[in-house]
Design a protein around this ligand. Structure first.
Ligand code: MN
Length: 504
């Protein structure tokens, strides 16, 4: 995928000088072995780098400052092999700005019941060393993920892998650039928001370019490049006859190829991670980008319609999280419901822009009127999304904070063909059920635009919220409206007070 960062994760082991040089050498060797073996599992998406063990306040502070400053570092894992008194860590943790995973593990898996002596106990006291460490994290209000269990346990490794994928997305957001072609769709509230707060909180910047700048990039595309891309479309997709070379509407396909190539050039030249556009601002364009937006999303660019820059950045982050995983991630909008009591369903889609990474089978390239905007008919990929467990994720600006919102769903094969629907679509069942999920979503102020993914899970979004220090609310199989409303009320109060608590 485009511009995928691969930061290192630095592994810091805490100890102290109470036990003499021999045990410290052993601690160091054990840490190296854990890191080597974790890297060798191939279950982790990022490389872990073993750093020297930390035993003094000066070392710890220097290590945290080094992690902050290193362009290659995307997060730190802490482990307390022995007891590392945590007042030593205050100076370092107070300045640390990297994502943190606290691995509460120990070197040995099994207790050596017959041989255990006090030397063993002194060397292997992570059980309480990790608690001392947890206290100082909690005391300092440090956001972090705690993973507990033996480091060889595949479940433990999977928890680390989830966090790494999120740390990678976080690294991607830091200094990341998103471009808006045009402003928000007129009068729409939920896609608005404070871009200054977003940049301060999440690290990415959103700036506008006139649609004319894009039109100019499109005008610079060569005829030969357009012909080549049209041939690629015919190879990859089921292109309807009228759009194929020699067909009556082939010029429309050529125009889409020009749009795609112009947008690609614009995004690459500006080093943008994603973009938004709006059908209300298309001066210089004859149609809203459909196929182009879909294919750019499939290459990993963030996208959302109608100037919705928050969802655009979220879709990009989810695409970084799911890099190299099967399933796919797309911009999505819940469009309309099946409210038959036999089985409530949501039909999700958008005017054009659903990512083909979620397609079941080969997409068709078709041309139909858009129905709004008064422009030429846009070309688009049409397909059904595949079946499988998925999530919808939304991000809203509530004025005093951002809220992430998740609904766990089960996508299904559409129960009936949709021969007259000229857009890509997904059909899903909400957890725990449609009435509870939709009521909870509405109480949470959830946007109609989402990031929809088969590979990103609630755990990823929880980890993201922890790193960013923002609220996350999750609607899953256990949700009840009564409890969910109370959680939102509690969060309202917490996030009013939390800025005052800060990093203590
Ligand atoms: Mn929309």
């Amino acid at each position: 995928m485009k511009n995928l960062p691969s930061p290192e994760i630095w592994f810091y082991t805490g100890s102290q000088h109470l036990y003499g040089e021999g045990p410290l050498k052993q601690v160091s060797a054990n840490s190296r072995k854990i890191v080597d073996e974790l890297n060798a599992t191939k279950r982790l998406p990022l490389k872990i780098v073993c750093k020297p063990i930390l035993t003094r306040p000066e070392e710890i502070r220097a290590a945290c400052l080094e992690a902050n400053a290193a362009p290659d570092c995307g997060g730190v894992i802490f482990w307390m092999h022995t007891f590392s008194p945590s007042k030593m860590w205050i100076g370092g943790l107070s300045v640390l700005r990297q994502p943190v995973l606290h691995l509460a593990t120990q070197f040995n898996r099994d207790l050596p019941w017959a041989d255990i002596d006090m030397d063993f106990m002194n060397l292997n006291q992570a059980a309480h060393g990790d608690r001392e460490h947890g206290y100082i994290h909690t005391r300092l209000r440090l956001g972090r993920k705690v993973v507990v269990g033996h480091w060889s346990d595949s479940e433990v490794q999977d928890r680390i892998a989830v966090w790494m994928r999120v740390a990678r997305a976080w690294a991607d957001w830091q200094g990341g650039k998103f471009v808006r072609f045009g402003d928000n769709m007129r009068y729409v509230a939920v896609t608005e928001g404070d871009k200054v707060s977003a940049e301060a909180k999440f690290g990415f910047g959103v700036n506008t370019h006139g649609i004319g700048d894009l039109a100019q990039a499109m005008n610079e595309v060569s005829e030969s490049a357009i012909a080549k891309l049209c041939a690629e479309y015919e190879e990859l997709y089921s292109v309807v006859d009228s759009l194929r070379k020699g067909g009556a509407r082939h010029d429309s396909l050529r125009y889409n190829a020009r749009q795609e190539l112009g947008m690609r050039a614009f995004l690459e030249n500006g080093k943008f991670l994603g973009f938004t556009d709006t059908f209300e601002d298309l001066h210089g364009l004859t149609q809203l980008p459909g196929l182009a937006a879909q294919r750019l999303m499939a290459d990993g660019y963030g996208f959302a319609g109608e100037g919705d820059w928050k969802t655009c950045a979220l879709v990009r982050a989810m695409k970084v999280m799911d890099a190299d995983m099967p399933g796919g991630t797309s911009f999505m909008e819940d469009y309309t419901y099946e409210l038959n009591p036999e089985g409530h369903l949501v039909l999700g889609s958008h005017m054009l822009e659903v990512c083909p990474s979620i397609a079941a089978g080969k997409p068709a390239v078709e041309i139909h009127p858009l129905g709004i905007g008064g422009k030429d008919d846009p070309v688009r990929l049409v397909f059904d999304a595949h079946a499988g467990a998925a999530i919808n994720v939304a991000i809203m600006d509530l004025g005093n904070r951002f809220r992430l919102l998740v609904n766990e769903v089960d996508a299904i094969k559409p129960p009936h063909p949709l021969p007259k629907l000229p857009v890509a679509r997904a059909v899903w069942k909400c957890k725990p059920d449609l009435k509870t999920a939709v009521a909870s979503w509405i109480y949470a102020g959830g946007t109609h635009h989402t990031g929809f993914s088969y590979s990103v899970t609630s755990e990823h979004i929880e980890d993201l919220a922890e790193i960013a220090g923002v609220e996350v609310a999750i609607i899953d199989a256990d949700t009840t409206v009564r409890d969910f409303k109370q959680t939102l009320r509690n969060n309202e109060l917490y996030y009013h007070i939390a800025p005052g608590l800060g990093r203590l």
